[in-house]
Design a protein around this ligand. Structure first.
Ligand code: EPU
Length: 311
């Protein structure tokens, strides 16, 4: 922000704002540069007002979810990081699907809602379809934005529609026909995602048996624990799987498990997990990722692409 704009913002914004925040606190990698401001928004009217203010002054902004797939460079972020809470955390069953016995059931979740909360809500209401998400640490908005997935399923498979807001505050609803999902990627037919914020998602669910749904969730969490390092700070899989192969297999076959740059390390448990063993800096992570890319390219002729969004 320009000199004086912080004061202006403080006068304008009645909600929660934190200045000069280390993004290490908001990233599951537990490292990251400083963001000039971190603002918590709790309802749509507030979000519109905030966007208008920031756009008018050309102040960069970015929405983050649960921080499970981001890394803010050491230079930090000269702008406003937005977190969606309050009404953006809500999960509701849509009226039209309430009649007894009707399937499918439509459930709308705010973008800020943790996936774990959505999965638990579905289980409590004996609604099946989101079990594959059990154990994924992100938010609903983040899962839509990057078409998060596991066990051969991805967010897009469950989506009925998404609600978005553009830079000018216009709210739009996009149904499946307007989406172009790909592997860890979501694009829209009508607009670029860079200019949009996901505010809610409506998922299609099926009535089921609570015990079975709970069992499926537990099995998925167990499988994750068996394969993936659970007690180390990470951003999950760091690289996307290249077509027809697996980044974890390639990094492993290149002999890179346990490789360290500073406090960043290739997990000995799963080679596609770059873990923070203590006080890794963003550079530690990025230089380790750089070496991984080089070495995998030298050995296999494949450039791995990060799944993690580097800000
Ligand atoms: N492998 C190795 N060495 C390793 C790790 C894996 O040889 O160190 C081999 C495995 O033996 C297996 C293959 O690589 O043959 C694939 O490994 P895994 O089954 O662990 O799945 P993945 O492709 O690494 C993907 C997703 C995960 C998701 C799991 C389960 C990506 C990049 N990762 O992992 O998603 O949980 O499948 O569905 O698509 C994430 O995106 O953050 C994430 C954790």
């Amino acid at each position: 922000m320009k000199p004086g704009e912080r004061w202006e913002f403080a006068a304008f914004w009645s909600g929660r704002v934190l200045w000069d925040v280390s993004m290490a606190r908001y990233s599951t990698l537990r490292t990251g540069g400083v963001a000039e401001a971190l603002v918590t928004v709790t309802h749509l009217a507030e979000l519109k007002k905030l966007l208008a203010w920031l756009e008018e002054r050309r102040i960069p902004w970015r929405v983050v979810g649960r921080g499970s797939n981001i890394l803010v460079r050491s230079e930090g972020f000269a702008g406003v990081i937005i977190q969606l809470q309050g009404e953006f955390n809500h999960v509701v069953r849509l009226e039209e699907s309430v009649e007894m016995g009707s399937d499918p059931v439509l459930v709308r979740a705010g973008a800020g809602c943790p996936l774990a909360r959505l999965v638990a809500w579905c289980t409590n209401h004996a609604l099946g379809g989101m079990e594959f998400m059990a154990g994924i640490p992100g938010s609903v908005g983040g899962a839509v934005r990057m078409n998060a997935g596991a066990w051969g399923r991805a967010m897009a498979d469950s989506l009925h529609s998404i609600t978005l807001i553009d830079r000018s505050g216009r709210v739009m609803e996009v149904d499946q026909s307007g989406m172009r999902p790909g592997y860890r990627r979501m694009e829209l037919v009508q607009a670029s995602f860079d200019d949009l914020i996901v505010v809610a998602a409506t998922v299609v669910l099926k009535r089921g048996h609570q015990r079975q749904i709970l069992h499926n969730c537990r099995e998925n969490i167990k499988k994750r624990r068996e394969k993936q390092p659970a007690n180390m700070a990470s951003a999950g899989s760091f690289f996307k799987n290249p077509e027809g192969d697996s980044a974890g297999r390639l990094i492993d076959a290149a002999g890179l498990k346990g490789l360290r740059h500073g406090q960043a390390m290739i997990s000995p448990d799963h080679a596609n997990f770059l873990v923070n063993t203590g006080d890794a800096t963003p550079e530690d992570i990025l230089s380790l990722a750089g070496e991984v890319r080089q070495r995998v390219y030298q050995k296999f002729g494949i450039w791995l692409e990060p799944e993690v969004h580097i800000i």
